[in-house]
Design a protein. Structure first.
Length: 376
């Protein structure tokens, strides 16, 4: 049959396959190196108490602990029928309504290049204004008494079903106060040039102020709850950059938050745009800020995995090692006399789900140690 008598669609398909067969395929994207397994007894790491496999640290004890390799979910993290279940609802925030975060995005498939004058700075030219919507998920325990001031947790990268389920059990057993959870989804993307990176990795009071002025009033009005003004009754929580964000919130506004819980906290150099006051981003916490500042009234629970991230990336700045960053955090917190508990988890990756399910009940009990409601 003549080519001219074939249907047009067939001709196009034939031509397309001919061209594609003659064009070289693009090179595959370089895979991120697999992080090495770190030894918690490495010289320079903090001295820590080694726990037997499946053992957890005492919920009333400060210090450094090494968790064994088996991560069985704690029974409190699994749904139960014999305890009251909190009400979980959500609403949506639009970037057009925010005076703190009108929205940015980094173009897909792009990253940045090191500043030739300072490899600790990343130059990103593909970030631009972009709208977003975010979901805010709210957990209200059945034990909440309308009209009373409730303690609460701000959670990053929400919603957090494991946290909601765990609180059902812990609240029913009177192991933590009856608290509200506000799980706030990020504005999109990740790392430098993205909305999530701007929100979570920026070393400033901005994100805490966004939550205080644009999120909490909506939670109170929509769900007819009253959120405490007492910083002892306010906690922050997150994993990865959400973990660094949790500490950033409390660090810059300790009059609002006294309790911080982080998994695989990104205490590394990932801030963008660069800021001369904190040129190394969240790496500054253990490099300068905590050692050089008076002790703040914070209680901190933190975890890192033995296979947590090690990302030399294009910057080659030696400030992208998550394990070293968290080890350094434990060292400076101890030196300054903070109430903190640091867990080094064996057989665990970045924000490891198994570790979270094993440790979250104990972490929450440690975090809320000493809380007394004030009515504020």
């Amino acid at each position: 049959m003549s080519l001219y008598r074939l249907p047009c669609a067939v001709i196009l398909l034939f031509a397309s396959s001919l061209v594609s067969s003659q064009m070289p395929l693009p090179p595959p994207a370089a895979a991120r190196p697999v992080p090495p397994t770190r030894d918690p007894h490495t010289p320079g790491y903090v001295a820590a108490k080694e726990l037997s496999d499946a053992e957890l640290p005492p919920a009333n004890e400060d210090g450094n602990f090494i968790l064994g390799p088996t991560h069985t979910p704690a029974p409190e993290t699994l749904p139960r029928t014999d305890v009251p279940h909190g009400d979980v609802s959500a609403f949506v925030l639009d970037s057009a309504d925010s005076r703190f975060y009108p929205g940015i995005a980094r173009e897909a498939g792009t990253f940045g290049t090191p500043d030739p004058n300072d490899p600790a700075k990343l130059v990103v030219t593909t970030s631009h204004p972009a709208p977003y919507t975010r979901r805010v998920t709210v957990y209200v325990p059945k034990q909440y008494v309308p009209g009373t001031s409730a303690p609460f947790i701000i959670g990053a990268d929400g919603p957090d079903a494991v946290l909601f389920t765990t609180l059902d059990s812990l609240i029913a057993e009177h192991r933590v106060p009856a608290m509200i959870v506000i799980s706030i989804s990020n504005g999109g993307g990740d790392a430098q040039g993205s909305e999530r990176g701007l929100e979570y990795d920026t070393m400033s009071a901005r994100y805490a102020e966004f939550v205080e002025h644009e999120v909490l009033p909506q939670v109170e009005s929509r769900f007819h709850v009253k959120l405490t003004q007492d910083p002892e009754g306010r906690a922050t929580m997150g994993g990865s950059s959400g973990g660094s964000c949790a500490l950033i919130m409390a660090w810059y506004h300790p009059e609002w938050y006294h309790r911080v819980l982080t998994y695989s906290g990104t205490y590394i150099n990932q801030q963008w745009p660069s800021d001369a006051k904190t040129p190394h981003g969240a790496w500054e916490f253990h490099e300068h800020l905590i050692p050089a500042s008076p002790r703040k009234p914070l209680r901190i629970w933190m975890e890192v995995g033995d296979r947590d991230l090690l990302n030399p990336n294009v910057m080659r700045d030696n400030m992208h090692d998550w394990v070293l960053a968290n080890e350094n955090m434990a060292r400076v917190l101890k030196a300054k006399g903070y109430h903190y508990q640091f867990v080094f988890a064996q057989n665990a990756g970045h924000t490891d789900r198994g570790v979270k399910q094993q440790t979250l009940p104990e972490a929450l009990e440690y975090l809320w140690q000493g809380y007394r409601a004030t009515g504020r």
